[in-house]
Design a protein around this ligand. Structure first.
Ligand SMILES: CC(C)=CCNc1ncnc2c1ncn2[C@@H]1O[C@H](COP(=O)(O)O)[C@@H](O)[C@H]1O
Ligand SMILES: [Zn+2]
Length: 348
């Protein structure tokens, strides 16, 4: 990891709502996987972007291809998912929504259904072992794979939503934003929404997506990932901003990811400030804590130091994230109670 956060940020109870499973694999787990598969000839420098380093968006997406080679069996997936959940818990995350794209690996016999089952099994095992975190799962649609795969993924998510104790709560739309168009995916996303899946969509991650965002906002999504180019100062429009505000759609904001992936020039130019000053719900998230060598405590500390936020303001941000989650009302209530109990110890 780049630089460990100060104790206040680590002790702060946190909610993580935007974490891609295969992008969240820590250095230690990655080293273990690399050692298990020496024939792949992969070095850790190929799977993480360290402090001060940046990559083009295209280079970042290449990193996922390398990681997927290392995680291609049911056993790998179970191990990685459990490790990721334990690491988030150790970082003070008390509620986590993990997202991942169901993957078929013909070489190892992994199917998309087995993929989802394995992630759910890892979540179950962590709970049974008493890991101090509540975890929910968002099934991810990779936009690169087009409308048919999207429809198939929605069906899979729907099946698991109705059969698995409420672990699967929603659908994510992600993948290389420069590939494909949302209009082709709209029917599948609409269907997901209609069957009760919550929608977290990567929108306006790159500048060229204005028209697509206008269209997908009509669904509307329940949360927006990034939304980097929504506002007029960066080529978006007031109309887009107004729509997001009218519908009160929370934004999932990932500072390090955007700076290292070069869609944002520097931390102080991050769109967090624009939306925060409007009083719009913003949730700090990691995106890919492994790839971007970060954790959620660091992201909170970065926001505080970059935008001059007090500890009170940081506390409010972390608490507000509860209301933006897809947790059922009973669980939200429990989380608010936990935050209230911890407040005097953490904020002193
Ligand atoms: C490249 C870059 C700047 C990354 C951050 N921004 C992202 N934007 C869109 N999709 C993403 C991003 N990070 C991860 N993903 C998605 O998450 C996948 C990895 O996690 P998983 O295999 O779904 O478990 C990637 O293949 C990609 O489909
Ligand atoms: Zn993302």
């Amino acid at each position: 990891m780049d630089t460990p956060a100060e104790p206040f940020y680590r002790q702060l109870p946190k909610v993580e709502l935007h974490a891609h499973l295969n992008g969240s694999v820590s250095e230690a787990t990655m080293e273990y996987l690399i050692a298990r598969k020496p024939h792949l000839n992969i070095q850790h420098s190929m799977t993480a972007i360290r402090k001060g380093q940046r990559r083009t968006l295209d280079e970042c997406f290449q990193v996922f291809k390398v990681i997927h080679q290392l995680i291609d069996t049911e056993e790998d997936l179970l191990l990685v998912t459990k490790a990721v959940i334990e690491e988030f818990a150790a970082d003070g995350v008390r509620y986590l929504e993990l997202r991942s794209t169901p993957r078929e690996e013909t070489r190892t016999g992994l199917t998309k259904r087995k993929y989802v089952e394995t992630v759910i099994e890892a979540i179950r095992q962590c709970k049974e072992e008493g890991v101090d975190i509540e975890v929910r799962f968002l099934v991810a649609v990779d936009r690169r794979n087009g409308p048919e795969v999207a429809a198939e993924t929605v069906k899979l998510a729907e099946d698991f939503m109705t059969s698995n104790d409420g672990v699967v709560v929603g659908l994510d739309l992600s993948g290389d934003p420069t590939v494909g168009h949302g209009k082709d995916l709209l029917p599948a996303l609409q269907k997901a929404k209609n069957c009760g899946l919550k929608l977290a969509l990567h929108l306006s991650e790159v500048p060229s997506q204005k028209e697509e965002t206008e269209l997908l906002l009509t669904i509307p999504p329940d949360r927006i990932g990034h939304g980097t180019f929504l506002h007029p100062e960066v080529g978006g429009s007031k109309c887009l901003v107004d729509k997001v505000r009218e519908r009160n759609i929370p934004l999932e904001l990932c500072l390090t990811s955007n700076v290292k992936g070069q869609t944002v020039e520097s931390y102080d130019k991050h769109h967090f400030l624009y939306w925060y000053q409007l009083g719009h719900p913003c949730v700090l998230c990691t995106d890919d804590k492994g790839v971007f060598s970060t954790d959620l405590s660091q992201e909170y500390q970065l926001a505080a130091s970059t935008f001059g936020l007090s500890q009170e303001a940081i506390w409010e941000l972390s608490q507000q994230a509860i209301s933006c989650s897809f947790a059922p009302d009973g669980l939200k209530k429990q989380l608010y109670e936990r935050w209230a109990l911890l407040r005097p110890q953490v904020l002193c």
